[in-house]
Design a binder for this molecule. Structure first.
Ligand code: NAD
Length: 250
């Protein structure tokens, strides 16, 4: 593991009770940051806190990223507890119902957009002003390779993640002269519980689509996120960083 210096930095990681978010919170803690983990799953949050505490100063808060009032209140609590928010990792998300466009329930389309796209928008909206006031910030949005190249049978998720890439680019222009840099990561298939509700055939299709021939590990995404969350990332903003094992070649 390379050393990334986040000493003195503070971070919020959304959806960090498990999976990629947990791995990112762990890596930020190991790099010296103080981290607040947001999630809707209270019991998994408690489990996460019990192990993350070995890596550094961590606290947890039950915040639903789709609820504007909850996000506003959570941001205020984090600001008063940590004194500032240097890093925001918008990671909370889910894949929803699998099926071709013509079989997709409208409710699933709306739920996917609300969780995967409106959620990051609400978190940025609530936290960016404090970053601008401080003159420093790093935002890392977890999009998906599906948002770049599309994906069979998962159009609502892919469309929402394409929106996250676009939100990243527009927000980066809004904040360009403020010290706040905004980037996103577009992972291929990652080995997390997100796949547990999907059938094995779907999981295999995702793994087969990666030229490197395997699913990605959450810690590999976390390594990229930690660099993007650091001062070493100083001249990249509005970019989509690929980590898809060669699935996308741009
Ligand atoms: P996961 O299901 O393992 O973890 C997601 C976490 O988000 C859970 O702890 C869940 O409780 C939390 N969450 C869900 N809704 C929430 C809400 N409204 N508010 C707050 N927290 C909420 O998923 P994962 O595989 O770790 O995925 C994390 C992110 O990475 C997601 O945005 C996902 O779309 C993205 N991603 C995943 C993959 C993959 O293959 N696993 C690939 C590309 C991108």
């Amino acid at each position: 593991m390379n050393n990334i210096d986040l000493n003195g930095r503070t971070a919020i990681v959304t959806g960090g009770a498990k999976g990629i978010g947990y791995a990112i919170a762990d890596r930020l803690l190991q790099s010296g940051a103080t981290v607040t983990v947001w999630d809707i799953d209270q019991s998994r949050l408690s489990e996460a806190a019990a192990t993350l505490t070995n890596a550094g100063t961590v606290s947890t808060d039950v915040v639903d990223v789709t609820d504007v009032d909850a996000v506003t209140a959570g941001a205020e609590r984090a600001l008063s507890a940590m004194g500032k928010i240097d890093i925001l990792v918008n990671n909370a998300g889910a894949v929803g119902t699998i099926g071709p466009v013509w079989e997709q329930p409208v409710e699933n389309w709306e739920r996917m957009l609300k969780l995967n796209l409106t959620g990051p928008f609400l978190c940025c909206r609530a936290i960016v002003p404090a970053m601008i006031e401080a003159g420093y910030g790093r935002i890392v949005n977890i999009a998906s390779n599906a948002g770049k190249v599309g994906i069979r049978n998962n159009s609502p998720y892919a469309a929402a993640k394409a929106g996250v890439v676009s939100l990243t680019k527009s927000l980066s222009k809004d904040t360009a002269k403020t010290g706040v840099l905004v980037n996103c990561i577009t992972p291929g298939g990652v080995n997390t519980e997100l796949f547990d509700n999907l059938d094995e055939k779907y999981r295999q299709t995702i793994a087969d689509g990666m030229e490197l021939g395997r699913l990605l590990e959450p810690t590999e995404v976390a390594a990229m996120a930690a660099w993007l969350a650091s001062e070493d990332c100083s001249f990249s903003t509005g970019a989509a960083f690929d980590i898809s094992g060669g699935r996308a070649d741009y």
